[in-house]
Design a protein around this ligand. Structure first.
Ligand code: PLP
Length: 355
């Protein structure tokens, strides 16, 4: 049976990315060796990193004066690395959900942290909009897409202090005005690659300003200066990232990814709003195009498990909501197809007709 993959991450990747990566795993550039078996310093591998960096820069239209690096450790290591490099005295965080809270917690190891705004009062079902940003912050940290709660902002805010964005779950899904950010990071395992690599975009002139020693591996300057090759980088995940970037470019770039995301979301939210069994969990102007969260209406709560079974039988994978929200979450990253979304909608309609 055909499967429709709605996993939240690691998640669906374009089939050709997987096939092309598999080919290089079996035989890298016709060398007779697997890409798993070669040195990251082999002369064949450097072009992989170079092309990946250059495609990320091209696709996101990154201005001069920014570096792109690929590291291990996941986005979670960035929760530590950001304050290690940028928190001198005081940082601000928007508390928009589980990941934002984890980022905030790590920053406290380095200095004073203020919660500039929070949506905890309504179980993170909206993106805070009207808040004042203190001007004495070293930076403001935001999570542009909240993977668990399904909220998102697709605008790049004007910020009076250096702005840092965790874009793990919406990177490459829309054009970004990188010039508004000091740093952007993304665990790549949703829209960029298989799991194992994190992409960081960092503004060069913000580096080297820390007033205390930064441990070598945590220091962004180390990795910028060595072109992500200070130590052994995640070779195969970086290769899969390159293939994904080639795919995004061939499809029409991030503008086309944005168009597709809107098209998918319109279909699915449309059905959630129409169907008598379900409702969306997020306020309308904060709805994520990437992680679409919905629950059963109160009077149909008993049908939650039966619907999950029904959809699973029709090939849906990964639609069970995160335990902190419950219900359902359909993740629709770049590789998600209209066919997949239509199949889910069909399952929702057919299930409704039975009840
Ligand atoms: N930030 C966001 C928005 C995420 O969705 C995730 C993981 O899903 C993380 C951070 C943590 O990423 P990692 O597992 O790569 O550390």
């Amino acid at each position: 049976m055909k499967k429709y993959n709605f996993n939240a991450g690691p998640s669906m990747l374009p089939r050709e990315v997987i096939e092309n990566t598999a080919k290089q795993i079996l035989d890298f550039n016709g060398s007779g060796l697997s890409i798993m078996e070669i040195s990251h310093r082999a002369k064949d591998f450097q072009p992989v990193v170079d092309e990946a960096v250059s495609l990320v820069k091209e696709l996101l239209n990154i201005p001069e004066g920014y570096s792109v690096i690929f590291l291990g450790g996941g986005a979670s290591l960035q929760f530590t690395q950001i304050p290690a490099n940028f928190l001198i005295k005081k940082a601000g965080y928007l508390n928009t959900g589980a990941w934002a809270k984890k980022a905030l917690k790590e920053a406290k190891f380095y200095g004073e942290v203020v919660e500039v705004a929070s949506s905890a009062d309504k179980n993170y079902t909206y993106m805070p909009r009207d808040f004042e940003i203190p001007t004495d912050l070293d930076y403001l940290h935001i999570t542009t897409n909240n993977t668990i709660y399904g909220t998102e902002t697709r605008e790049d805010m004007d910020c009076p202090v250096p702005l840092i964005g965790d874009m793990s779950s919406d990177i490459m899904s829309r054009p970004v005005d990188v010039s508004k950010y000091t740093a952007i990071y993304a665990g790549a395992q949703k829209n960029m690659a298989m799991a194992g690599v994190t992409m960081i975009i960092v503004k060069d002139d913000m580096l080297g300003k820390m007033n205390r020693e930064v441990p070598t591996m945590l220091n962004y300057s180390t990795h910028v200066e060595k072109g992500s090759m200070f130590n052994t980088p995640p070779v195969v995940p970086i290769y899969s990232l390159l293939e994904t970037m080639r795919w995004v470019k061939a499809q029409g770039g991030v503008t086309e990814m944005d168009r597709r995301a809107k098209e998918r979301a319109e279909i699915l939210y449309g059905e959630i709003d129409r169907n008598k069994l379900f409702h969306g969990t997020v306020e309308e102007d904060s709805r994520s195009l990437m992680n679409i969260c919905f629950v059963m209406n109160e009077e149909y709560k008993d049908l939650e498990k039966p619907f999950l079974d029904f959809a699973t039988e029709r090939g849906m994978v990964g639609i069970k909501g995160h335990r902190s929200v419950g219900g359902f979450r359909a993740s629709c990253y770049n590789a998600q197809t209209i066919e997949g979304v239509n199949e889910l909608v069909k399952a929702m309609k057919d299930f409704e007709a039975q009840h």
